[in-house]
Design a protein around this ligand. Structure first.
Ligand SMILES: [Zn+2]
Length: 220
């Protein structure tokens, strides 16, 4: 950039070759290039007879279990659910965050949490409720995103100072040009309509380190 002083004593900055080159190498060129297209999204699918789908008649939840499960209860409302012959969709998870605690540890944690609440009703912690603690996998989409943009602005920096006779105002002008190329990978997005959003937020931050390739035995 080159600066010079005008007669009105404001300083102007002119775009130099670097600015012009940056401006001319805009993203439009990238978009017109077919090699810069979006990546195909990647999905895994279930094989035939690999998983069973359950529909809860009581609350409408859709649950997927491994194929050997013959009867189960709805993880959302506790009602018995009906086995469906085949999956209505065939999308399968590609990754899974396995449980890091077992049922006994979950029961223990629940009891400990109940003891903290002074107003917890006595029957809240009954053996029956604790016995029914079950694990539940919640589906999440993981999105990769790319965002590109350009911003151009004329900015000013104003300074006022004075001596005995005069008040001076100095205004500096400068061009700002920014090219932004942002890549986000694996943004988690709750894929279950039945799960309460507030509860899902409590799972954050998403446990990327625990991600493992999905295998049906995880559902057993
Ligand atoms: Zn249900």
């Amino acid at each position: 950039m080159r600066a010079f002083l005008n007669e009105d004593e404001t300083i102007h900055y002119e775009a130099d070759d670097d600015d012009i080159n940056a401006k001319n190498s805009g993203f439009e060129n990238d978009y017109s290039n077919p090699n810069h297209g979006d990546d195909q999204s990647q999905h895994s699918t279930f094989h035939e007879n690999e998983a069973h789908e359950y529909h809860c008649n009581n609350c409408g939840a859709v649950l997927i279990t491994e194929v050997n499960t013959t009867a189960t209860t709805c993880g959302f409302c506790g009602a018995g659910v009906v086995l469906s012959d085949r999956l209505t969709g065939n999308l399968a998870p590609s990754k899974v965050v396995p449980f890091t605690i077992n049922k006994e540890q979950a029961q223990e944690a629940f009891k400990k949490w109940c003891r903290k609440g002074r107003l917890t009703p006595n029957d809240f912690m009954t053996a029956d409720r604790i016995k029914n603690i079950t694990g539940l996998y919640v589906p999440f989409w993981l999105y990769d995103m790319n965002g590109r943009g350009e911003a151009e602005a004329t900015c000013t920096r104003v300074r006022t100072y004075s001596d005995a006779d005069w008040i001076y105002t100095e205004t500096k002008y400068y061009n700002v040009y920014r090219k932004v190329d942002l890549n986000y990978s694996r943004i988690p997005c709750d894929a279950s309509r039945k799960m309460e959003d507030g509860m899902m937020d409590k799972l954050e931050p998403y446990e990327y380190n625990g991600l493992k390739d999905f295998n049906m035995p995880y559902l057993a």
